[in-house]
Design a protein around this ligand. Structure first.
Ligand code: SAM
Length: 211
């Protein structure tokens, strides 16, 4: 794990404000793909979750993963910021069927021997990791036919400074599709979900199956 990267994310974590206890539908756990509350598709993007082995890349405080545990998935959340795993365990550990691990996603995927049915990331590590390095490792740890999904901001023209430690990876949709195809994924769907208000940025949601 890069210590400098972990430090940057730990500083980001210090500014975290907890998610609401209850959403607009009255639920105490839910999965939200977009940056807007009560907006966009739900966990059905991931298919049937009962008994499935699920991995979240960049799980933060764990609220999305906790929801999948309530649906019967066996869940692992990885986050590089050291305080995240403890916080997530404290909030959601009582649900059972879920673990939170402090690790860089590249290191974790290289070292683990667990095979996952579902791998996903919500504005998480996929957004900040070179897909050429990450996607083959994700594919290697996924069972045939498993679902890989991620959401993040749409592509923008951005300048990356030389030596920048954390970089956002914004690919145009066609490049996400090319990368996934080259890595052995099929049934690739890449869409932009409009924001709930005009003039605000939408959300890119990509999902595919391990071929
Ligand atoms: C913008 S936050 C989103 C957190 C969470 N997915 C959510 O929706 O609330 C990005 C998260 O990804 C984690 N992260 C970034 N790069 C990572 C990496 N290489 N390995 C593991 N976690 C990483 C950060 O620590 C942070 O918690």
């Amino acid at each position: 794990m890069s210590g400098a990267q972990a430090e940057i994310w730990e500083r980001y974590a210090a500014k975290y404000t907890p998610r609401r206890a209850v959403n607009a539908a009255g639920a105490t756990t839910w999965l939200n793909w977009t940056q807007y509350p009560d907006h966009g598709p739900d966990e059905t993007v991931l298919g049937d979750l009962r008994g499935k082995r699920v991995l979240e890349l960049g799980s933060g405080a764990g609220a999305n993963l906790a929801h999948l545990a309530t649906l019967g998935a066996v869940c692992t959340g990885i986050d590089i910021a050291p305080s995240r795993a403890g916080l997530a365990r404290q909030a959601w550990g009582h649900l059972g069927r879920l673990e939170f691990v402090t690790a860089d996603v590249l290191g974790y995927l290289t070292d683990t021997n667990i095979m996952f049915d579902v791998v996903y990331s919500i504005f998480g590590a996929v957004w900040f990791t070179d897909p050429e390095a990450l996607f083959p490792l994700v594919r290697m740890r996924m069972s045939h036919g498993g679902v890989f999904a991620f959401s993040q901001s749409p592509a923008t023209a951005q300048e990356n400074e030389t030596g920048q430690i954390v970089r956002q990876r914004h690919l145009p949709v066609h490049q996400w599709i090319e990368q996934l195809t080259a890595t052995g994924f099929r049934e690739i769907v890449a869409e932009t979900i409009d924001a709930p208000e005009l003039g605000k940025p939408g959300t890119v949601l990509v999902h595919a199956r391990a071929a």
